[in-house]
Design a protein around this ligand. Structure first.
Ligand code: SF4
Length: 296
C-alpha cells in the first residue's frame, strides 16, 4: 500500500490530473481549477477523500483534470448524481461543478431543490454568461440586450440572478467569486468545503472566445468584496439587498450568507443510519471487482 504524505505537506500540484485541460488559452476555468486544487491542498484533504462530479459543458470537463475521484455525468444532472453519491458515502468531500447553462438552465430544477435540501456538499458554478461548448449562445445569466449567436438582435430576456435565487430557495451557504481574484476565491472555496450543508459558489469565469462583454477586465474593474466592507453574513435580507444591488454600485462578491442548521444527513438519521457504502452486498470481493470493471 502506498504511504501517504502528511496532510500538511499536500500541495496544489498533488491535485493535478494526468489529462491536460484543453480549454482555450485564457479561459477563466483554468483559474477555477487551480484555486480548487490549492484550496483542497491547504485544507489538508487527501485526493482519495474527494469526489468531483460534473455535468456537460466546457467547465464540466474539470472533473477530468483534477487528481481526485471524479464523474462526468449528463447535461444538468451533476447535482442528482453528487447528492446520491454523498448520501451513499457520507465520509467523502463531494464537489459538484459545471457551467451556468448546465446548472441554471437544464439543471435549474435540481439546483433549487438541492439548495433547500441542504446535503453536506459543495457546488461550484463556473459562470461565463454564455454557452461556450456549443459556440456562443445566450445562457440564463447573459445580460439583457446582449448580442450572441442565438440572439443577434439582442437578448430579450432579463438574466437570472443566481444569488437571489439561492437565498430564496433556502440555501445555507451562498457566495460569489471571480476566477481572476485568486486570493479571495481560495478563501471562499475553503469556507464552502468546510461548511456543514450545501454550499453554493457562483464563480465568474470569463469565456474569452465567445463572450466579449463579461471579460476578465470587466470583472477586475467592476467587482467589489462585500466581506471587506463588513457585510453581515448571517443577515439574509442584507444578503438579498447585496444580490440585487444595481451594477453601478459594483458587482458584489464574497460570502453573502451562511447559516448553521442541521444538514439533510443529520435530519434523516434513521434512513441513513447505515450508509449504502457500508451495506453488505452479498457477493464476493472478486465478483464485486468484476462488476465495477464493467462500469470503467
Ligand atoms: Fe473557455 Fe469559452 Fe473556450 Fe469554452 S469556449 S474553453 S468557456 S474560453
Amino acid at each position: 500500500m502506498t504511504q501517504l504524505i502528511d496532510r500538511s505537506e499536500l500541495k496544489a500540484n498533488d491535485f493535478k490530473g494526468e489529462v491536460h485541460p484543453d480549454w482555450c488559452p485564457g479561459c477563466g476555468d483554468f483559474g477555477v481549477l487551480s484555486v480548487l486544487q490549492r484550496a483542497l491542498a491547504e485544507m489538508g484533504i487527501y485526493q482519495h477523500e474527494v469526489m468531483v462530479v460534473s455535468g456537460i459543458g466546457c467547465s464540466s470537463n474539470l472533473s477530468g483534470f483534477i487528481n481526485t475521484y471524479g464523474m462526468h455525468t449528463l447535461h444538468g444532472r451533476s447535482l442528482p448524481v453528487a447528492q446520491g453519491f454523498k448520501l451513499a458515502n457520507p465520509e467523502m468531500n463531494v464537489i459538484a461543478c459545471g457551467g451556468d447553462g448546465d446548472g441554471f438552465g437544464i439543471g435549474c430544477g435540481h439546483f433549487v431543490h438541492a439548495l433547500r435540501r441542504n446535503i453536506d456538499m459543495t457546488y461550484i458554478v463556473m459562470d461565463n454568461s454564455i454557452y461556450g461548448l456549443t459556440t456562443g449562445q445566450t445562457s440564463p445569466t447573459s445580460g439583457f440586450g446582449m448580442k450572441t449567436k442565438s440572439t443577434p438582435f439582442g437578448n430579450p430576456e432579463v438574466p437570472l440572478n443566481p444569488i437571489a435565487l439561492a437565498l430564496g430557495a433556502g440555501a445555507s451557504f451562498v457566495a460569489r467569486g471571480f476566477s481572476g481574484n485568486v486570493k479571495q476565491l481560495v478563501e471562499i472555496y475553503k469556507a464552502a468545503i468546510k461548511h456543514k450543508g450545501f454550499a453554493f459558489i457562483d464563480t465568474f469565469s470569463p469565456c474569452v472566445t465567445f463572450n466579449k462583454v463579461n471579460t476578465a477586465q470587466y470583472y477586475r474593474e467592476g467587482t467589489i468584496d462585500i466581506n471587506a466592507e463588513g457585510h453581515n453574513t448571517s443577515d439574509k435580507l442584507a444578503a438579498l439587498t447585496r444580490a440585487l444591488q444595481p451594477l453601478d454600485k459594483g458587482i458584489a462578491t464574497g460570502i453573502f450568507y451562511q447559516e448553521e442548521r442541521p444538514c439533510y444527513e443529520e435530519e434523516d438519521r434513521e434512513t441513513l443510519a447505515i450508509p449504502p457504502v457500508k451495506h453488505k452486498l452479498g457477493i464476493t470481493a472478486e465478483q464485486g471487482s468484476k462488476l465495477c470493471k464493467q462500469f470503467m
